[in-house]
Every structure is written in structure tokens, then in C-alpha cells.
Design a protein around this ligand. Structure first.
Ligand code: GLN
Length: 312
């Protein structure tokens, strides 16, 4: 149905449409073949209204955006103190797939880079969970956040697995450092992490997932409490400082919304008590963030006064 918000979202899309800068992620075929012209935006309010425009039903793999939600699961299943003993909360300033651990503690810097996300995935379901239980818990919770049953993109999963040397290397590094527990097989954990990244979503799913964070963990359309309130605060804090890879500082000053991006070209933003937003455009900048996605978020933030440092 036509509404002023719908017109506005179209305006947001048309404003960035001509920008053809950046490059589609090329490390696996399935992503390299993504249609670079795809463009979509969605907004979900914490009172349950969902608006979207453009290629809003086109599905893509969730990739690193999953890291924020799986961090919430790890906290729920193990307690925050335990998770903090395994994964830090400091921005790394390095690329998302950087191979290093913090000096002294040997923890990954934060849960939003691959090392931290692999460690976080291993904690899902608590110490006795099997690889299948971890995978099923992740898919189940992401589905409940989206309000519909999601599926894994098997082609993305297989392709990522064929080219998983770096992530497998991170898995073994975490095992050697004692971050992965003794009875956990690094290969199984990395496979689970890759499966988590391969879950298919569209911008409407992502906006609802983000709005759930903005709504204190309660899905605003189904009313289900999915993420405990305390974990939401932790997740949004880490998204603020570490969600946009190594351009977190630029992002916070320009857009000012806790956010997470993924290599398929999507970004989510969640503003407590207000809104969840999601954008999609596959061409990435040199940090791995969607070029037109960042521009759309900047425009939404400015036009709607969403910057967290603005007086509302
Ligand atoms: N599956 C990708 C990886 O682990 C996800 C990375 C991303 O979205 N930045 O390399």
C-alpha cells in the first residue's frame, strides 16, 4: 500500500542508485555472481510496523550479521562472565578475518570478527551441546527473530566450506589457545559457523531482527521474548564499537546507530526504543561494508534524526 513512508523509502533508494562504486565480494563464486544492481531497504518500528522498498524479497546469505545474534545466544547459554573470559569486547582495527588473539589473555578481540565469532559459535547451547544442536539452535533463533522459518543456502555453505582454510586456521588457533574447550572439534565448530553465515534472509527479515534488538529482545510483530534484556544491551554495545569491521569509528560518527554488516552487502542498524533497519546492496568498499548500504543508512540517520548522539 502507498504511504508517505513508502514514498520516502523509494526516495532513499533512488538517491543512491546511480552509485556503482565498490566491488561485490569475490572470495567465493556464489557471492561473486550476485547481481550488483540489487538494492533494498526496510524499516521496522518497535511497535510492529514494517516498511520496505526495492528488492525487498530477494534473499542473500546473512554472513557476518549473524554474529551479533549468536553472541546473544552464547551469553544466554553460558552467562556473560564466562563469554567474556573467552571473547573480548575491544575493537580490533584489523580486517574481519585477521589471524590474531589478544596478548596475555589469548582471547579473540571481539565477537564480530571471525575469530571471536567462531569462539562464540562454539558456546551456543552450553558445554554439552553437539554440533547439530548448535546449528539447530542458531537456525531456530534466527527464524524466530525473523518471524518465519529460515533456510540455509546450501550452495553458499558448500562454496564457503571448499574455501575455508583461513577460518579453519582460526579454529585451530583458538583450540591451541584453549579458547575452544577440550572436547570441541575445531573443524566441526568452523563448519557450524559457516552454516550460520549461510542462512538466507531478505531485508524484511533483517529489519525485524534488528527491531527485536531495538525492542529489548521482544520481537515487535510476534510479541515473543527472544533475547534476554541484559544480553541486548551487551550486543548493542559491541555492535556500536565493533559492528562495522575496521570502520567502526567512521560509522559511529557519520551514522551513529549500533550496526552490523555482512559481506553479502547487507547492514542492520538497531536503535533502542525506536527502530530496526536493514539495507542491501552487494557492492562493498575496501573494508567489506556495502557502499550504497552505508550511504542509505547515513541518509536515514540524518533525515530521521536517528544519530544516538543527537538530542531527540
Ligand atoms: N562467511 C564469511 C567469512 O567467514 C563471513 C564474513 C563476513 O560477512 N564478513 O569469511
Amino acid at each position: 500500500m502507498k504511504s508517505p513512508i513508502y514514498d520516502y523509502l523509494h526516495h532513499v533508494l533512488e538517491n543512491v542508485r546511480p552509485d556503482a562504486s565498490g566491488r561485490v565480494a569475490g572470495y567465493i563464486d556464489v557471492l561473486a555472481k550476485a547481481d550488483p544492481s540489487r538494492l533494498a531497504v526496510a524499516l521496522a518500528t518497535v511497535d510492529g510496523h514494517l516498511y520496505s522498498a526495492g528488492d525487498d524479497t530477494v534473499e542473500f546469505s546473512i554472513q557476518s550479521i549473524s554474529k551479533a545474534f549468536v553472541y546473544a545466544l552464547a551469553i544466554e547459554d553460558n552467562g556473560l562472565e564466562y563469554v567474556l573470559s573467552k571473547v573480548g569486547v575491544e575493537p580490533s582495527g584489523d580486517a574481519f578475518n585477521h589471524l590474531s588473539l589478544q596478548k596475555g589473555s589469548h582471547r579473540p578481540m571481539n565477537p564480530m570478527i571471525n575469530a571471536g565469532a567462531i569462539a562464540t559459535h562454539s558456546l551456543v547451547g552450553g558445554p554439552s551441546a553437539t554440533a547439530e544442536e548448535r546449528a539447530e539452535r542458531v537456525l531456530d533463533v534466527l527464524s524466530r527473530l525473523a518471524g518465519r522459518r529460515l533456510q540455509v543456502d546450501e550452495a553458499v555453505y558448500e562454496a564457503e566450506l571448499r574455501d575455508a582454510n583461513r577460518n579453519m586456521g582460526l579454529g585451530y588457533m583458538l583450540k591451541a589457545a584453549g579458547i575452544l574447550s577440550r572436547d570441541v572439534d575445531p573443524q566441526e565448530v568452523v563448519k557450524g559457523y559457516i552454516r550460520q553465515c549461510s542462512i538466507k534472509v531478505n531485508v524484511r527479515d533483517l529489519a525485524l531482527m534488528a527491531a527485536t534488538l531495538g525492542n529489548g529482545g521482544v520481537n515487535p510483530t510476534t510479541g515473543e521474548e527472544i533475547i534476554p534484556h541484559d544480553s541486548v544491551r551487551q550486543v548493542l554495545s559491541v555492535m556500536t564499537t565493533c559492528g562495522m569491521y575496521d570502520s567502526a569509528g567512521d560509522w559511529v560518527s557519520r551514522v551513529g546507530i549500533p550496526a552490523k554488516s555482512g559481506v553479502s552487502g547487507a547492514i542492520i542498524g538497531a536503535l533502542p526504543g525506536q527502530i530496526g533497519l536493514a539495507v542491501f546492496s552487494p557492492r562493498l568498499d575496501d573494508k567489506g561494508n556495502s557502499v550504497r548500504g552505508v550511504s542509505m543508512c547515513e541518509k536515514l540517520s540524518t533525515d530521521m534524526g536517528l544519530h544516538m548522539m543527537d538530542i531527540s
